[in-house]
Structures are given as structure tokens and as C-alpha cells.
Design a protein around this ligand. Structure first.
Ligand SMILES: Nc1nc2c(ncn2[C@@H]2O[C@H](COP(=O)(O)OP(=O)(O)OP(=O)(O)O)[C@@H](O)[C@H]2O)c(=O)[nH]1
Ligand SMILES: [Mg+2]
Length: 315
């Protein structure tokens, strides 16, 4: 059935795009040939990750970026990924409001995806949803995700470039270093720069970045925005484009895309091998051996090896 959706997707039909992403999200069997056809008919969209702590203004900033994209004649897809939420398909309240705004505008497609409690699966699905949007011809795909630890790293992997949003309250040097955001950011935004401390944070951050950017990497620029007043957005948009050009010139963009392709292949192999491995018999064997804590006789490594070594007829 999803193959029937392909002409619609290639024609940028919102209904077809939406149905395809729903199937991906619900893990309804999507045949490999579906992705193969998308792949053959896709141009290279720019994928931008936008992440930051809860309430830092990701959605507000994303909305502003949508407007800026449109006014520079670029079409845009948004995938709002919330690893903390089990909800799906636009159930996130704030996101529904903005989705309605563009309901009749096929230059914009917005979708939110929840985790179903499966972070690994979510990362794959978000990438595949991006493939659908790329095949529909969207110039720019924005991945918006809440930065709470793990999710944003997966999103950074899905993007050509990652923007990390901080707010003046984001804390001191140690907290920033600990948060692990330094490694994934290509650009920093200090949003809510209408509040005290924005300039202080900007200079602190620039200082850290100057001292800690690894050799051969581009030092991330820092932008100040007031997203709810639309301030600083054009500078940011131009900064993103400049940064992409810089990455492209150094071969970093190609490298990132190649690595993403390789990572996706090995993630799929891991997922498919595991799927094939876990038969009902093996699960039963493991459950049987782990009825109570006292019944466990061997270390996890031994148990895993036992399961790997057994032939199907030994169960
Ligand atoms: N003062 C000020 N408030 C802002 C700014 N940008 C956004 N806000 C407000 O901050 C609140 C949170 O903004 P959101 O865009 O929903 O933030 P978010 O990061 O998407 O939030 P979650 O999705 O819940 O993590 C809203 O009330 C915005 O209106 C800003 O630059 N300055
Ligand atoms: Mg949000």
C-alpha cells in the first residue's frame, strides 16, 4: 500500500506525505522498495537540527525560521521529535496550533513524533520521515527536538547541521561543559536575549568555544535572538547558510552525509539481525533461566553467548 503513495509524495501532496509518515511512525510494515523509490527520486534537502532545553524557545524559533525560509522562496518540512512524549501525530498541543496555520500551504509540512518509549526506533523513524519530506521536494528540513540527554544526539546524527539553543539562565561554564552540548553544536543561539545575562553568557560561551573547539573543526558561531519578537532570526538564517557553505568548502558536509548513510546502514543491520535472532523459543529460554534472582547461574556474557551458540533445534 505505501507504494501507492509515492506519486503523491513526489508531487508534494500533503495527504500522501502525512499518510506515509504515519505508517513509518506506527511501524506498519513499509517495504524496502518504498524507500528505494523515494531514494531514487530525492534531491538533497538541507537537514537542520534544532535542540535545546525544555522551554528555551525551540518551537518559537522554528516558527520564525519557517517564515524566513518562505520569504526566501524555500519550502520547508518540520519534524518535531519529542523523546520524552509517548504522544504522536501532532497530539502535542502547541504544535497543533502552528500546524493549523499552514494547513492549506503546501510549501510547509509540520509533523510531531513521540517516542513510543523506543528512542532508537524514534531516531530511525525521524530519518525516514525526513526521506519522505526530501522526496516531496522540501528544500529545508528542520528537526526540532527537546534536549534532555540522549534524544538530541540522535537528532544531531540525522542533521547536516545542529543548532543548540540556550537561554541566559543556562548556567555557568561547568554546567555548559557537562551538558554535552558543546560537542554536538555547529551553531549556538542564545534565545530570550531580552533577559539579563544574555551578553554575559554569549561571551562566556565564545570563550569556551575558542578554547575547546577541537583542531580541524569549525568554531561554532554564537547568535543572540529574541524569538518571540522575531529578533535576530535573519542573522541566524544567514549564519546557518554561511556555515553550510563553510562546511561544504572543507568537505565536511559531504563527510557528515556519508557518515550518516553508513550509520543508518549499520543501525538497520543491528535492528534486523536482532529481529531475526529473537525467536519465541529464545525468549522463553531466557525467561525460564531468569525466573528468580537465585535461579540465575551465569553471568550475562555467558547467557548471551549461550543464546548465540545454540542452534534452533536445541531450544
Ligand atoms: N522572553 C522571551 N520569551 C520567549 C522567547 N522566545 C520564546 N519565548 C517564550 O518562551 C516560552 C517557551 O517557548 P517554546 O517555543 O514553546 O519553547 P520550547 O523550547 O519549544 O519548549 P518545549 O517544546 O516545551 O521544550 C513561550 O511562552 C514563548 O513565548 C524570547 O526570546 N524571549
Ligand atoms: Mg516546543
Amino acid at each position: 500500500m505505501p507504494k501507492e503513495l509515492i506519486p503523491g509524495i513526489l508531487d508534494n501532496d500533503t495527504g500522501a506525505i502525512s499518510k506515509a509518515i504515519t505508517r513509518i511512525e506506527n511501524d506498519q510494515r513499509v517495504p524496502d522498495s518504498f524507500f528505494s523509490e523515494l531514494h531514487e527520486n530525492s534531491s538533497q534537502s538541507i537537514r537542520i537540527g534544532i535542540t535545546g532545553p525544555p522551554g528555551s524557545g525551540k518551537s518559537t524559533l522554528t516558527n520564525e525560521l519557517i517564515k524566513t525560509c518562505l520569504s526566501s522562496n524555500k519550502t520547508v518540512g518540520v519534524i518535531a521529535v519529542d523523546p520524552t512524549s509517548p504522544f504522536t501525530g501532532g497530539a502535542l498541543l502547541g504544535d497543533r496550533v502552528r500546524m493549523n496555520k499552514y494547513l492549506w500551504d503546501d510549501r510547509v509540512f509540520i509533523r510531531s513524533m513521540g517516542s513510543h518509549g523506543d528512542l532508537g526506533g524514534l531516531a530511525r523513524k525521524a530519518q525516514e520521515a525526513g526521506d519522505v519530506l526530501a522526496a516531496s521536494g522540501k528544500d529545508i528540513i528542520l528537526y526540532e527536538t527537546i534536549g534532555v540527554g540522549q534524544g538530541e544526539h540522535d537528532v544531531a546524527k540525522a542533521a547536516d547541521l545542529t543548532v543548540v539553543i540556550l537561554v541566559p539562565e543556562s548556567g555557568d561554564e561547568i554546567q555548559l561543559m557537562k551538558a554535552g552540548l558543546i560537542e554536538i553544536a555547529d551553531l549556538f543561539v542564545i534565545n530570550k536575549s531580552d533577559r539579563d545575562g544574555a551578553n554575559r553568557l554569549a561571551s562566556l560561551l565564545k570563550n569556551i568555544l575558542h578554547n575547546f573547539t577541537a583542531r580541524g573543526k569549525i568554531e561554532p558561531p554564537v547568535f543572540n535572538t529574541v524569538a518571540n519578537q522575531g529578533q535576530g532570526i535573519i542573522d541566524l538564517f544567514m549564519g546557518i547558510q554561511d556555515h553550510l557553505k563553510l562546511m561544504e568548502g572543507k568537505g565536511m558536509l559531504d563527510n557528515r552525509r556519508l557518515n550518516r548513510y553508513r550509520d543508518r546502514v549499520s543501525d538497520l543491520i543491528r535492528e534486523r539481525l536482532e529481529d531475526k535472532f529473537w525467536t519465541e523459543e529464545k525468549r522463553a529460554f531466557l525467561n525460564q533461566a531468569t525466573q528468580t534472582l537465585n535461579s540465575i547461574k551465569s553471568a550475562p556474557v555467558i547467557m548471551a553467548q549461550k543464546l548465540l551458540d545454540r542452534q534452533p533445534d536445541e531450544f
